[in-house]
Design a protein around this ligand. Structure first.
Ligand SMILES: Nc1nc2c(ncn2[C@@H]2O[C@H](COP(=O)(O)OP(=O)(O)OP(=O)(O)O)[C@@H](O)[C@H]2O)c(=O)[nH]1
Length: 268
């Protein structure tokens, strides 16, 4: 699928690329470290997609925001997923940057806007103004830097204050730098943090690409399922309301008819 590179390095997809087609629900990385025990689309969601009843969901843009300490690997995560590249050199994000990715989920087109915010304190004010309305909040920490894990609680609190009932993730990066034993050690503590903040835990490496695609697919699946379900429930309660309004109108019309009939009978 053609990808047009802009000079800023951003990518615009003219259509959905074959590697962005989602036909099944991506499972959690660790079933013990997620508040979302979903491993399939909701039956109502599946039926709505099959019958082309997805309303405005396919037209809306899903907003995801990445936050976390400086140099934990937020930009690298986005670059690996969107452009399949990894840069060893560190270049601090100034304020915010964003990428746009198009997906097809159960044949419904979905546009994901990924906001990559700067971790440096001096950019915090600018970055925070982009949290508003996020449906996916991704708090990133460095698996080799325990301090960055401790700071995730604060990042999550701040990002969720202005987000829109978001799906929440705690993502550890740089897994390639750890031995299996060292990884098992930090994973235990990270899982506790994820449980405390009711977020789903993932461990990734932007250098090797490990778990990057699965993580973003999982985020899209959870957010799509939740927003379409919300839309379907809102629509059905709206139509129930219209139905009961119609019944009330019919009742008052027949009451009126009965009254008129009695009046006519009295007069005649
Ligand atoms: N080995 C390894 N290095 C990584 C990984 N992810 C990021 N890095 C390195 O970590 C450094 C910081 O990465 P960035 O992605 O720029 O970090 P950031 O969180 O966006 O930083 P700010 O823009 O300051 O917020 C860079 O030198 C990356 O090459 C990874 O998975 N493995």
């Amino acid at each position: 699928m053609p990808r047009n590179k802009m000079s800023s390095g951003r990518t615009i997809l003219s259509a959905v690329a074959s590697d962005r087609v989602i036909t099944s629900f991506t499972p959690a990385y660790n079933a013990a470290a997620t508040p979302y025990q979903k491993c399939n689309f909701h039956p109502k969601v599946k039926a709505a997609c099959a019958e082309n009843r997805t309303g405005r969901v396919g037209l809306k843009i899903t907003k995801g925001v990445l936050v976390g300490d400086t140099a934990v690997g937020k930009t690298s995560l986005v670059n690996r997923f969107c452009n399949d590249v990894f840069d060893r050199d560190y270049k601090a994000t100034i304020g915010v940057d964003f990428e746009v990715e198009k997906f097809s989920v159960l044949s419904v087109p979905i546009t994901l806007q990924i906001w990559d915010t700067a971790g440096q304190e001096r950019f915090k004010c600018i970055a925070a103004s982009y949290y508003r309305g996020a449906q996916i909040v991704i708090v990133v920490f460095d698996l080799t830097d325990e301090e960055s894990l401790h700071h995730t609680v604060k990042w999550m609190e701040e990002a969720c204050q202005s987000a829109d009932s978001p799906v929440k993730f705690l993502v550890g990066t740089k897994k390639d730098l750890l031995s299996p034993a060292a990884y098992a050690d930090i994973e235990q503590r990270a899982v506790k943090y994820s449980q405390r903040m009711e977020a789903e835990f993932w461990a990734t490496s932007s250098k090797t690409g490990e778990n990057i695609q699965d993580f973003f697919f999982r985020a899209v699946c959870l957010s799509f399922d939740a927003s379409l379900l919300r839309e379907l429930n809102t629509d059905s309660s709206a139509s129930k309301q219209i139905g009961s309004d119609l019944i009330n109108i019919q009742r008052s019309e027949s009451d009126l008819y009965e009254k008129r009939k009695k009046q006519v009978q009295c007069c005649s």
